[in-house]
Design a protein around this ligand. Structure first.
Ligand code: CO8
Length: 261
């Protein structure tokens, strides 16, 4: 298995758990970490034994407290643009990963950390988590697609408020505006994320992946094109043995045994 300086990757049966591991800087994302995310998610995409991925931060304080300000401070405009593209590419790998990705958030999810969470499919957060896009306090805009994913997730008005004011919000407010799916107690975060991942992993994997593609692709096009795409992926399901197994199991009143085929 590949080794990473800033990530820990563990596989528990069919669930992959990725830990962003720079706790001394609250898991801030430097270029090396972004390159490692890109490489790791490229390899997970090709590992059909992984059905669901969980991303979390190491330590007690943060999911990810943003892009690494120490590294960004002295960047030229060209270097900043390259850094922005690097983060956007890494996060796009997560968003477009065939398998679903759950962000398990405890503590700060700020700037690039909030952007990382938004690139995931589902966000579960502890009650002590804090979210925000504080870039305007540093004289910059978000650069890892925050200006784009935030309004798509929580609407234009809520997104603009978070982006313009730059304040942190707590988990309750994040839940209210739809930034996160669930609030859970700190000590139960990983168990709840693993339980959700485990349940998804028992579903027909290709159907789950096509659901992800359907939502993601559909939101980028008009409704007629999106529904046409849905008909295509629905039809595609009928070329899989898992569709035959799922429907036979229902009719035979037994649990399905999906094979990701
Ligand atoms: N980058 C680098 N180091 C960081 C970061 C960060 N984003 N966040 C925290 N750290 C470091 C601190 O410097 C500190 O290091 P040290 O111990 O060496 O002094 C260590 O982590 C612990 O942090 P604090 O002592 O500050 O811990 P507190 O509990 O007092 O505060 C906070 C926690 C509130 C999270 C505070 O650390 C903070 O405000 N951090 C910065 C949050 C922020 O502004 N994030 C957004 C960054 S900008 C961004 O993400 C833009 C993304 C797109 C960029 C595209 C660019 C081209």
């Amino acid at each position: 298995m590949d080794t990473y300086n800033n990530l820990i990757y563990e596989k528990t049966s069919d669930i992959g758990v990725v830990t962003i591991n720079r706790p001394k800087s609250l898991n801030a994302l430097n270029s090396e970490t972004l390159r490692e995310i890109n490489a790791l998610f490229t390899s997970i995409a090709n590992d059909s034994s992984v059905k669901v991925v969980i991303i979390r931060g190491s330590g007690e304080k943060a999911f990810v407290a943003g892009a690494d300000i120490t590294e960004m401070q002295a960047m030229s405009a060209i270097e900043a643009r390259i850094f922005s593209k690097l983060g956007q590419t890494a996060f796009e790998k997560i968003e477009k990963l065939p398998q679903p990705v759950i962000a398990a958030i405890n503590g700060f999810a700020l700037g690039g950390g909030c952007e990382l969470a938004m690139a995931c499919d589902i966000r579960i957060a502890t009650e002590k988590s804090k979210f925000g896009q504080p870039e305007v306090l540093l004289g910059v805009t978000p650069g890892f697609a925050g200006t784009q994913r935030l309004p798509r997730l929580i609407g234009k008005g809520n997104a603009k408020e978070l982006l313009f004011v730059g304040d942190m919000i707590d988990a309750k407010e994040a839940f209210r505006i739809g930034l996160i799916n669930k609030i859970v107690p700190v000590e139960e975060l990983i168990d709840i994320a693993m339980a959700m991942a485990g349940k998804i992993a028992t579903r027909a994997p290709l159907a789950v992946q096509l659901c992800k593609a359907g939502v993601n692709e559909g939101l980028n096009v008009d409704l007629a094109s999106a529904t046409a795409y849905e008909a295509e992926i629905f039809g595609l399901c009928f070329s899989t043995s898992d569709q035959k197994e799922g429907m036979s199991a229902f009719i035979e009143k037994r649990e399905p045994a999906f094979q990701c085929k």
